[in-house]
Design a protein around this ligand. Structure first.
Ligand code: COA
Length: 147
């Protein structure tokens, strides 16, 4: 990824429809830039820009859980801008990202209501691990794994 990509990522995560789908509250500009500065400073994170038709279409990122019961577990997240939805971009991007990521297993948390994301995971070979859990925020979330 390049510094310039951040403007597109910011717009994508501030899209209310996308935030609702992902069940992730949008960050304001300052909080968003501070978050990305933090994750870019950690060399164990893997951060890639998704490019579609020459435009910044989104990102795929991976990080390691650093403490607690899940310490050492590698997680993946992805976010595609709405103007690129429904054309196989997320499936292709996650598939290519997994090709360059040596770690297995890989885990992804997903809101059960996020049908598009669940479908992307299934198409990339993930399966659910355990039963979904409803958090304090009332959102039902499932853990998917690629072995
Ligand atoms: C979820 C998201 C990644 C899907 O991206 P995308 O590029 O549109 O996905 P794809 O085009 O690769 O679609 C893959 C499959 O999901 C299906 N799909 C996509 N969006 C869908 C939706 N909203 N509802 C139901 N199915 C959907 C597609 O039809 C396709 O299935 P098919 O091949 O059987 O037809 C994208 O909408 C997004 O980034 N949303 C906001 C952030 C987010 O939710 N991130 C994931 C957090 S876990």
């Amino acid at each position: 990824m390049r510094d310039d990509d951040l403007e597109a990522f910011l717009a994508h995560q501030q899209d209310p429809e996308a935030a609702r789908m992902a069940a992730m509250p949008s960050r304001d500009r300052d909080a968003f830039l501070a978050h990305w500065a933090r994750i870019r400073a950690d060399p164990s994170n893997i951060l890639r820009t998704v490019v579609a038709d020459g435009a910044v279409a989104g990102n795929v990122v991976s990080w390691k859980v650093v403490s607690g019961e899940q310490e050492g577990r590698r997680l993946v997240g992805y976010w595609i801008g709405r103007e690129h939805w429904g054309r196989g971009v997320a499936t292709a991007a996650l598939g290519r990202f997994l090709d360059l990521l040596p770690d297995r297993p890989v885990h992804v948390y997903v809101a059960v209501a996020n049908a598009g994301s669940v479908r992307v995971l299934r198409k990339c070979g993930f399966h659910p691990l355990g039963l979904p859990v409803t958090g304090a925020d009332g959102i039902e979330e499932a853990l998917y794994v690629l072995d």
